[in-house]
Design a protein around this ligand. Sequence first.
Ligand code: SF4
Ligand code: SF4
Length: 296
Amino acid sequence: MREGSLEAPTRHKIDWQNPDFYDRAKIDAEMHRIFDICHGCRRCFNLCDSFPRLFDLVDSSATGEVDAVDTGDYGKVVEACTLCDMCFMTKCPYVPPHPWAVDFPHLMLRYRAADFREGKLAWPQRQLVETDRNGRLAGAVAPLANWASRTGNALTRPVMEKLADIDRRAELPKFHGRSFTQRAKSAAPVRDAATLSRDAVERERRLTAEHQVVVQRLIGEREHAQRMYDELNAEVGFGLSLIGPHGSLPDGLQRALLAISARPGLSRALYGACSRVFVGARAIGRTIRRRPRQPR
Ligand code: SF4
Ligand code: SF4
């Protein structure tokens, strides 16, 4: 069997529409299977309070094994899980595609879903999970709701703790008068299909124009370089092509000369000087060759 954590975990969909998902006997069997793997591994002992609770239950049982843990105590492990997903995403080597398929957070979720369906949640807890409705109601009086739920409010938080079992030290989410969706709708730029297609045509036209400018510049540079070869070869007068596609200079030097030739100001001065030196040297050579030799 291959060790896990060597590739990205595979997250299987939560099978919440399957009746087996809520079957208490099957849930307990799966809890037992995964708890047993965790008991043998214990890698997550310091991630949250769920794992220490589980290991304490096992260690204090009669046999020191998961078999001896009362299934009625499984809930203690579940209620400490905040569903942060850290054990699945970062720690566990046995997540899918490993055949053991450990998904601790989804198991905690499944247990809670079964609790909910069996009506085990108290009335205040059932109200707290109605997040859409609560958001709409509290959002309408957002400043008041935020004041009431603020940590340290000595007036409201003890009452909430008593009635809804919300620890007075717990930081609660803030409410806003306008939801994110409402703000996004009013802030989003309105661009219909006609505007989008007009923008696309305009962008295409601009790109084509820029492309044409670049092409014209390259053609101009090429023509200029060609003129410079012709002028130089005419002045040298030997019909020797010093530079050009089939010239006699090394390729690197030819490329350097081509680059210079693309700069008219610089190349005129350089080629003018070179051709004058060349013509001068040729004239001196001819003079020397014409001088009659003195008899010895
Ligand atoms: S998902 Fe639950 S069990 Fe896993 S580390 Fe987070 S709190 Fe702990
Ligand atoms: S969730 Fe995975 S890594 Fe964590 S204790 Fe259980 S088996 Fe070990």
